[in-house]
Design a protein around this ligand. Structure first.
Ligand code: UDP
Length: 482
């Protein structure tokens, strides 16, 4: 008699919001799970997928896993549509209906029974829908634990009078109703959506409501580690007993790959690129020619735009600092449109000590020996990448969780300075020289400590390593849908 067939591996559907930061971290999670033998279906937007195929190495990386597949959905806009930062809202109902249809098909397919869905925690409609289909949902939030917790405390902030922020309010007023973070947050450090006087504002209602609804998911995954955001994480755990803090994912993936590489002498794996923009590697050749720790890397992420005033102030501030700089100016970086070109009188100085590219291989840049610090918009991926690389930061937060993250940098971890709310050339110059000059040693030492803690969390026996193992075991113990 033939031996009984081994049961198929658990099948996980992963569904991110169609934005660079979200897709980036959820693809890293997908790769980690595929690496541990799980069967993965990754739902990707047609627009993002098309760009990943053009600019990243996803094809080669994922064909290595025979049980991995992409399912592509349209967001209803043509591929060449210049999607604005708020297109998620305008395309939301279309994406929702098309995803629900796809999930129904996937769950009813007899050949690949679905074990669970890991859904972007901002897309909570998946929780109800999957519940109706009898499939557990694990929510994944791509923001910091601290910001997640601040959203979660929204009703308490209203009840206590911390919100709404009144028009003429002192923005330095301390916010006391976010438990565990009482000595950290001021009004100006709350998520940007909180800066409205009207509590019925749509975004102010939407984001915290989605966050509170996450409690209906089977479990919650955060791209953070316990030692980085202890106060927020321990509070979140009281509401989510099944919490998996498994970050920083980009580095956790590398750590697992090198621990399973065939021989100890194999070269460490290079950063997996999930870039949706064309990477300009000329900046690496430029960095190779700069002295050690002499450059400040400047990037405001994948969607943030600057207005012309702020752009000009950054040009002058960077040049006046006298430091070398590498600045990522995306083709769509200027809010009003146009190029954000260098002011005429600065051209010579910029040519002497600046390098400007449309998109950089950021992880590689941050690990480059010539880079001393990072001027960032404090997006959560950028913040984690800087933490892992041990680089001090100057923060210019613009929206969403960035206001909270920059406060962690300056006040909780003390690895940099926060420019928040004031963008003028003197401030830029002073802050750049703060992290590159007067306080360089102090910040570099603190950033080095944080990087060491991140490495420990992602090593065998560390908290993120153990939590990922627990997540995989828990998925293996779930019953598939049919
Ligand atoms: N990034 C990059 N090259 C660039 C600028 C950004 O690879 O020139 C990547 C960066 O490494 C990060 C992501 O884009 O992984 C930006 O995510 P983040 O959460 O920091 O900000 P968002 O783009 O979501 O505002």
């Amino acid at each position: 008699m033939d031996p009984p067939l081994a049961p198929p591996p658990p099948h996980v559907i992963i569904f991110p919001l169609a934005a660079q930061g979200h897709v980036n971290s959820m693809l890293k999670l997908a790769e980690l799970l595929a690496h541990s033998g799980l069967r993965i279906t990754f739902i990707n937007s047609e627009y993002i997928h098309h760009r990943l195929l053009r600019h990243a190495d996803i094809q080669a990386r994922f064909t290595a896993f025979p049980d991995f597949r992409f399912k592509i959905i349209s967001d209803g806009l043509p591929l060449d549509h210049p999607r604005s930062s708020d297109h998620f809202m305008t395309t939301f109902s279309y994406v929702k209906s098309i995803t629900m249809q796809l999930l129904e098909e996937l769950v009813s397919a007899p050949d690949r029974p679905v074990t669970c869905i890991i859904a972007d925690g901002i897309l909570t409609f998946t929780i109800d829908f999957a519940g109706d289909l009898g499939v557990p949902v694990v929510a994944f939030r791509t923001i910091s634990a601290s910001c997640f917790w601040a959203y979660f405390c929204f009703p308490r902030m209203v009840e206590s009078g911390d919100l709404p922020i009144k028009g003429d309010e002192d923005m330095d007023r301390v916010v006391t109703s976010v438990k565990g973070m009482e000595d950290i947050l001021r009004c100006r450090d709350l998520p940007s959506f909180c800066r409205v006087a009207d509590l019925s504002d749509w975004t102010l209602q939407y984001v915290p409501t989605q966050t509170l609804q996450t409690t209906r998911a089977r479990a919650l995954i955060l791209n953070s580690f316990d030692q980085l955001e202890g106060p927020a994480i321990s509070q979140i755990r009281t509401h989510f007993p099944n919490l998996y803090t498994i970050g920083p994912l980009h580095s956790h993936l590398k750590s697992r790959l090198s621990s399973s590489s065939p021989s100890p002498s194999s070269p460490p794996p290079s950063p997996a690129s999930n870039s949706i923009w064309e990477v300009d590697r000329s900046c690496i050749s430029w960095l190779d020619k700069q002295p050690p720790k002499s450059v400040i890397y400047v990037s405001f992420g994948s969607i943030t735009t600057l207005n012309r005033h702020d752009f000009t102030e950054f040009w002058y501030g960077l040049v006046n600092s006298g430091r070398r700089f590498l600045w990522v100016v995306r083709p769509d970086s200027l809010a009003e449109g146009g190029s954000g070109a260098v002011p005429e009188e600065l051209r010579e100085a910029v040519a002497e000590r600046g390098c400007v590219v449309g998109w950089a291989p950021q992880e590689e840049v941050l690990h480059h020996g010539a880079v001393a610090a990072f001027l960032t918009h404090s997006g959560w991926n950028s913040t984690l990448e800087s933490v892992v690389a041990g680089k001090p930061m100057v923060c210019w937060p613009c929206l969403a969780d960035q206001q909270v993250n920059s406060r962690l940098v300056s006040h909780a971890w003390k690895v940099g300075l926060d420019m928040k709310d004031v963008c003028d050339r003197e401030v830029v110059e002073r802050m750049v020289n703060g992290v590159m000059g007067e306080r360089q040693e102090e910040f570099a030492a603190a950033a080095g400590d944080l990087a060491r803690m991140a490495r420990e969390a992602m090593s065998e026996g560390g908290s993120s390593w153990g939590n990922l193992d627990r997540l995989i075991e828990d998925i293996r113990s779930m019953k598939p849908s049919s």
